[in-house]
Design a binder for this molecule. Structure first.
Ligand code: SF4
Ligand code: SF4
Length: 101
């Protein structure tokens, strides 16, 4: 067992958007949030935010509704995997988004 003082070690890493470069250019799949299924939107209060918590590039806002910064979202799909409501779907990057239609 490690000496007790080693057990106090924690990560001090605080990655932020853009720390990995222009990761948005890597994206092949794009996360789309179904706001009708998103828990904080449905409850109109701060709740869940797993997408914010688990995004490795910190590109999801902790807001109602959560907003994804597509300049840096690399399309890894972790947010979709971790969303307990199944509110995030990964779609082909070539698919037009609603506002584009
Ligand atoms: S796909 Fe989701 S978890 Fe991955 S970088 Fe984009 S917003 Fe973050
Ligand atoms: S993880 Fe899913 S339900 Fe939770 S805030 Fe993000 S999109 Fe909404």
């Amino acid at each position: 067992m490690a000496p007790k003082e080693f057990c106090k070690m924690i990560s001090r890493s605080k990655p932020g958007p853009g720390d990995g470069g222009n990761t948005g250019s890597w994206r092949v799949l794009r996360p789309v949030i179904d706001l009708k299924a998103c828990i904080p939107v449905k409850m109109n209060k701060e709740a869940c935010f797993n997408c914010w918590l688990y995004c490795p590039d910190s590109v999801v806002s902790k807001t109602i509704p959560p907003v994804i910064n597509f300049e840096y979202c690399k399309g890894c799909g972790i947010c979709a995997e971790e969303c307990p409501a199944g509110a995030i779907t990964m779609v082909n990057e070539a698919t037009p988004i609603e506002e584009d239609k």
